[in-house]
Write a protein that binds this ligand. Structure first.
Ligand SMILES: [Zn+2]
Length: 372
């Protein structure tokens, strides 16, 4: 196990490599600048800071706390230990339709490292999403609130006790989902790219197997991020707009959906020369969420029995869930023109809702609108 100092050095190396590439993109697109600032104060936090005014050359910074790296790494280690407890493994296999086996053929240190790299870089990509899409300007324009003109966007505020107004919360949720989308797509496309272009000489079948294994570790790592940021709120979900960030289980649901949609794109593009099984990916996504959720409850002494009841929150037959997403989609469509007018960004990372999903949420609005 790494010492705290080793974790900080490791985190620094990961971000240095990634940010170098992204900084170059900033230069090419806008002549702008992206910096990273590290903080020693003990806070599980990251933030996005846009220093320039609207319509000026981007002067952006991602703030990262060393504590974020330390806590995430320790969670990955403890999570690995959790899934290897005999009673846990037995109880998981008794859950209906649970098929996930923790990736084999990857040793303990490598598995922990994959999860850590996935989770930590995902947070960085999430902040890049806030920056490159100018969410600060979206928030200030649509909330007409001076506070948002100067504020940095902090992730630790997800557990703050102050209740936001419904409008503040809605705009905050939609920009958080957009940053999640940006981060998830950047992470997963980097993963596939690295597998395709790795120097390791392995057969195509083994490469497909490797992609699936790494995808599993990737999903597990990101699940742990969501729970860490929402420690105070994660047990109940009332689909109300009162918080700064969406409920972690809703973020998990979007993560699984986006993961499947991305593999769908790969299937349709033929560039991997393999058709990934959609049903299998769906089940693996749900199983990752079961593992991470139960780990979180176990590690925080919240429940003792392994279960999968939390999956019900993302049940699309729930009218409250559909109503929630209907409002998210409507708000996203409203703010998108503002984002488009801001500095150049990479279109591919802009959040998209599928036609089927839009239809599903609209139907619900007609029959189940609680305000009618
Ligand atoms: Zn955020």
């Amino acid at each position: 196990m790494k010492s705290d100092l080793e974790i900080y050095e490791h985190a620094n190396l990961i971000i240095s490599a990634i940010s170098k590439e992204i900084s170059q993109k900033y230069q090419e697109l806008n002549g702008g600048d992206l910096k990273v600032s590290w903080h020693e104060s003990i806070a599980f936090n990251a933030y996005a800071h846009i220093k320039n005014e609207k319509n000026q050359t981007p002067d952006h910074a991602v703030g990262l706390h060393y504590e974020l790296a330390r806590k995430l790494y320790h969670d990955c280690v403890e999570f690995y230990e959790f899934i290897n407890i005999d009673s846990v493994a037995n109880n998981l296999q008794n859950l209906p339709e649970f098929i996930l086996h923790f990736p084999t053929g990857i040793d303990k240190d490598a598995a922990i490292d994959y999860m850590f790299v996935a989770s930590f870089s995902w947070v960085f990509f999430h902040e890049c999403g806030h920056l490159s899409q100018g969410h600060k300007f979206v928030r200030s324009e649509y909330l007409n609130n001076e506070k948002y003109t100067h504020d940095q966007i902090h992730e630790s505020t997800s557990s703050e006790s102050r209740k936001l107004s419904e409008e503040e919360s809605l705009i905050s949720h939609v920009t958080e989902f957009a940053a999640d989308y940006h981060a998830t797509l950047m992470g997963i496309s980097g993963l596939i790219h690295n597998c395709l272009h790795s120097d390791i000489q392995i057969s195509h079948t083994d490469k497909v197997d490797l992609v699936l294994k790494i995808n599993t570790l990737y999903l597990l790592g990101i699940n742990l991020v969501f729970y860490n940021f929402h420690e105070k709120f994660f047990t109940e979900c009332n689909f109300e707009f009162t918080t700064s960030h969406p409920h972690p289980l809703l973020r998990v649901g979007r993560l699984i959906t986006l993961n499947i949609e991305y593999f769908d794109l790969i299937n349709n593009s033929n560039f991997f020369n393999h058709k990934f099984d959609k049903l299998h990916l769906t089940t693996v996504g749900a199983d990752c969420s079961i593992l991470a959720y139960n780990y979180w409850c176990w590690s925080r002494n919240l429940i003792l029995d392994i279960d999968n009841s939390h999956l019900g929150i993302n049940d699309y037959s729930n009218p409250n869930l559909l109503q929630y997403y209907n409002r998210i989609i409507t708000a996203w469509d409203k703010v998108l023109p503002t984002i488009d007018l801001l500095f150049d960004h990479e279109e591919v990372y802009l959040m998209v809702f599928s036609k089927q999903f839009r239809t599903l949420t609209r139907n619900d609005q007609i029959t189940n609108n609680p305000r009618e």
